[in-house]
Write a new protein. Structure first.
Ligand code: CU
Length: 87
């Protein structure tokens, strides 16, 4: 019984809150670029949802707390775009 309670506490500790990460993305010129950036973000661990704005060169990413903004930028850079985590 004690063991069950401990596992429940552990589970609760793992269900963290979401974070909203803002990124400045450069080099996007058309809707296909937006799609590429969205797909790159979707491949990053912890990312749940992303909105990418072509005109503004921005992306907003909903992710769980364990996700690293730097990893999101790395994924975008690997797809051939520039990225900086917005402060
Ligand atoms: Cu494009």
């Amino acid at each position: 019984m004690k063991k069950v309670l401990l596992s429940l506490v552990a589970l609760a500790a793992f269900s963290q809150a979401d974070q909203l990460v803002k990124l400045n993305v450069s080099g996007m010129t058309c809707p296909a670029c937006v799609k590429n950036v969205k797909e790159s973000l979707g491949g990053v661990k912890g990312v749940k949802e992303s909105s990418v704005y072509l005109k503004d060169g921005r992306a907003e990413v909903k992710a769980d707390d364990s996700a690293k903004p730097e990893a999101m930028c790395d994924a975008i850079k690997q797809a051939g775009y520039g990225c900086k985590v917005a402060k």
